[in-house]
Design a protein around this ligand. Structure first.
Ligand code: UDP
Length: 404
């Protein structure tokens, strides 16, 4: 299975993976998060599991369950940790802890290494038995609501190490902290090469005209992704350039606000026949892949963001993305080289027109974008990082971490 990445991922990454896999062969690595579908975390876990298996490592993935109230609370936590003002009561914290306690009874938490993803399941540390427990935080904690961050930290500091996606997302903690940039799988249905017939099928299915430029944003319907801002930018562009706009998203179990935001977006689109708002079922990977390949211009106009995996997905398809300068987006887009960073609706409109009017620039920057992803954001690099961390925490305290 690893050999399938030959000629796609850099050779050195594959050699390192093999060495790390041999070191950890037969060991168990458990991942726990809060949704099996929707969002970047689930997306990656689906792909990491078979890769661990191919390396001889026993990868397991458990998902915590909760009621609507739990996911309302954790969504508020997520928003507060990314800087929104939210009100929390003692009863909400109790419910968060209680649901985690119930999950601990039902889940098998035995493993050599346990990665707990994000704040939803962070209280599970109270039920740790053996193994090395690592808190994997995917969100931007750089300017959190303080009282909420303090509550999460009460749990998080009990882990052996914490992993953040980008250095500037990290909070200062009394435990070792690691940085692991996320990644995409070039062989998944989301990113693999598609045949012309597969792409055409998607165009037909969503009524995308073959002869007009298409502007695309793929995102959950979340205000931080600024879908309304995308429509505003499209309207500015539309005064001068013909195009259709596609906003594609799907619901996530851990995002109860999605429906309200979708309604807002539909309202704002106001029946414009050139705006397609696509509510895709979960696991519409091939369709998203095809939409990204069909697009002339791809936006990710987030005002706040985790890492923003959709950016690397688009860049891998040779599209230079116009991205909001938020979260991990500036780590993927090198402004003016493989894409553009924007700070406003006007900026997004300006760069969209620049691409629509300059085919040569679009192609050139798209080629650079793909190479940037190849060298930095493929899953082979990320799995190597995780395995290195496992060896690192296991050997903490010994003078030399001897992985070779
Ligand atoms: N995604 C999807 N369907 C959608 C919208 C998004 O499969 O309708 C995927 C998208 O392709 C990407 C992930 O969900 O792989 C979103 O990850 P990102 O880091 O961009 O944002 P998040 O949703 O985690 O905030």
């Amino acid at each position: 299975m690893i050999s399938q990445y030959r000629g796609i991922a850099p050779k050195g990454q594959l050699e390192l993976l093999k060495i790390l896999g041999d070191k950890l062969a037969g060991r168990t690595i458990l991942n726990v998060n809060s949704t099996r579908a929707g969002g970047g975390v689930a997306e990656l876990l689906h792909r990491i599991m078979p890769m661990l298996a191919a390396l001889g490592v026993d990868g397991r993935w458990e998902v915590i369950e909760g009621d609507d109230r739990f996911f309302d609370i954790t969504k508020k936590m997520h928003n507060a940790l990314q800087g929104n003002e939210e009100h929390f009561t003692e009863e909400m914290w109790d419910h968060h802890a209680w649901i985690n306690g119930r999950n601990a009874e039902n889940l098998d938490l035995e493993a050599d290494f346990v990665f707990i993803h994000d704040p939803q399941p962070v209280p599970l540390i109270r039920y740790k038995k053996d193994g090395h427990w690592i808190w994997r935080c995917h969100i931007d904690m750089s300017a959190p609501q303080r009282d909420v961050a303090a509550r999460v930290m009460d749990y998080a500091r009990r882990y052996e190490a914490a992993v953040f996606s980008v250095a500037k997302f990290a909070l200062q903690m009394p435990i070792p902290e690691f940085i692991v940039l996320p990644s995409i799988d070039p062989l998944s249905d989301k990113n693999r090469e598609l045949t012309a017939a597969e792409i055409e099928e998607t165009a037909r299915k969503f009524d995308i005209p073959p002869d007009r430029p298409m502007v695309l944003q793929v995102s959950r319907f979340d205000r931080f992704k600024d879908p309304v801002g995308v429509i505003k930018a499209y309207r500015m562009v539309k005064k001068y350039n013909d195009c259709v706009l596609v906003l594609a998203g799907s619901p996530a179990r851990d995002d109860p606000e999605g429906e309200a935001v979708l309604a807002e977006v539909q309202n704002f689109a106001d029946g414009d026949p050139d705006i397609r708002i696509l509510l895709l079922p979960p696991f519409s990977d091939k369709e998203i892949n095809a939409l990204q390949r069909l697009a002339t211009v791809i936006l990710q106009k987030s005002v706040r963001e985790g890492f923003g995996l959709t950016v690397s997905e688009a860049m891998w398809k040779g599209k230079p993305v116009i991205g909001g300068a938020a979260g991990g987006i500036p780590h993927q887009i090198v402004h003016g080289v493989n894409g553009f960073l924007v700070y406003s609706v006007e900026g997004a409109a300006f760069r969209t027109r620049q691409y629509l009017n300059n085919d040569e620039m679009l192609k050139r920057m798209g080629g650079v974008a793909r190479e940037h992803v190849r060298n930095n954001f493929l899953i082979t690099r990320q799995v190597g990082d995780y395995l290195s961390i496992c060896l690192g925490v296991e050997n903490a305290g010994s003078p030399v971490i001897d992985i070779f």
